[in-house]
Write a protein of this length. Structure first.
Length: 151
């Protein structure tokens, strides 16, 4: 909703084409920033809420994923032990696989990391301000839409 209102303001702003001088560009960019920040903040809020909704399922699947990672790490450790002597050319591949398993373990150990903005007080304040700004921006966009339609 806020994104659509911001789009209407952008269309109204550039209805006669792009600005001619640098000062007009600065003013246009400032207006664009002012009308688009509610949409950006609300998008981040929705992403955090979506990840918060995924936390229970991720916590339920954590033990099974941890077992799979442990089995894979044991197999990689056995392969590295076997490579020690003659076949050193396989070592880069095994190190690559180890890196992939480690990256997967990082995701496994932090299922709640994407929901952390929800415990950040400044982010919650910005989200509340973005909701209020959206309620102000929508009537302005409707008025600009009427002006655009009548011209």
């Amino acid at each position: 909703m806020a994104g659509g209102a911001a789009l209407v303001v952008v269309i109204f702003l550039f209805r006669d084409g792009p600005p001619d001088d640098g000062g007009a560009w600065v003013a246009a960019l400032l207006v664009l920033a002012l009308v688009s920040w509610p949409a950006v903040v609300l998008f981040l809020l929705s992403a955090a809420l979506r990840s918060l909704a995924e936390v229970p399922a991720r916590v339920r699947t954590t033990p099974a994923e941890a077992r799979e990672r442990a089995v894979e790490l044991r197999a990689l450790a056995e392969r590295v032990q076997a490579v020690r002597g003659a076949r050193l050319r396989r070592l880069p591949y095994l190190l690559f696989r180890f890196g992939r398993v480690a990256a997967g373990a990082r995701e496994l150990l932090a299922p709640h990391a994407r929901a952390l903005p929800l415990v950040n007080v400044p982010f919650l304040g910005m989200s509340a301000a973005a909701i209020v700004a959206t309620f102000v921006l929508i009537p302005i966009a409707l008025i600009l839409l009427i002006v655009l339609a009548s011209s």
